[in-house]
Design a binder for this molecule. Structure first.
Ligand code: 13P
Length: 248
């Protein structure tokens, strides 16, 4: 079986003390020689803490956003080189909360993915439809449009992406897509990637949206679900570890 990847997205949560306790519990609880890849995406100010706490551990470091620019007069932004200095291996781009609350367009998301790749950081490109779009039968068109912008931008580097399907209506709502609903969209994304690269099979396709300790196994059993992007449940060590165990 292909190696799965479980990424915790802490969003804007945590504190030095809470992070230390959570990371300690994760380090202790990870299975010896576990096969699944594991990473946590923390607020940028905590990356130094992750770098210190996770050195020598199998848990990868992720960031939640990156500037599309290399450097300069972009107050408040953090560049890919800066993330790299603090050990970031992954960065989320185009999370629906950034698209929704920070006006990130498909073009901006694509530029961010490119900026990350250029500095050796793997972008986790998030796509997903709103409830309104799903009900209007637009799910496929929306996720394909979002992914197409990134594919177009990164050219031959498509096979280096991670893609996360996160239906907006399932995020933080406790409403999970059924395994069949998720698999159907993942199959669409896989086919789109396959049209762009012969290595589409090795692009991890993560599902995100109320993934939890109880539903992870069923979701991860789907052919084209290669892992999870976990929000709320990643803040509780026991729950996150159960999800990781379901991915072994
Ligand atoms: P929840 O797992 O809290 O629904 O969040 C999903 C998500 O947005 C991960 O990026």
């Amino acid at each position: 079986m292909k190696q799965k990847l479980i990424v915790g997205n802490w969003k804007m949560n945590g504190s030095l003390a809470a992070n230390a306790a959570l990371l300690q519990a994760l380090k202790q609880g990870l299975p010896e020689g576990g096969k699944a890849g594991v990473a946590v995406a923390a607020p940028a100010v905590y990356l130094a803490q992750l770098q210190a706490e996770l050195s020598g551990s199998a848990i990868g470091i992720g960031a939640q956003d990156v500037s599309q620019h290399e450097q300069g007069a972009f107050t408040g932004e953090v560049s890919a080189v800066m993330l790299k200095e603090f050990g970031a291996r992954y960065v989320l781009v185009g999370h629906s909360e950034r698209r929704q609350y920070h006006g990130e367009t498909d073009a901006v998301v694509a530029a961010k993915a490119q900026a990350a790749l250029a500095k050796g950081i793997t972008p986790i490109v998030c796509v997903g439809e709103t409830l309104q779009e799903r009900e209007a039968g637009q799910t496929e068109a929306v996720v394909k449009r979002q992914l197409a912008a990134v594919i177009h931008q990164v050219g031959a580097c498509v096979s280096e992406l991670v893609v996360a399907y996160e239906p907006v209506w399932a995020i933080g709502t406790g409403k999970t897509a059924t395994p069949e609903q998720a698999q159907a969209v993942h199959a669409v994304l896989r086919a789109q990637l396959a049209a762009a690269t012969e290595h589409a099979g090795r692009v991890p396709l993560l599902y995100g949206g109320s993934m939890n300790a109880a539903n992870a196994e069923q979701l991860l059993a789907q052919t084209d679900i290669d892992g999870g992007l976990v929000g709320g449940a990643s803040l509780k060590a026991a729950d996150f570890l159960t999800i990781v165990a379901a991915a072994q």
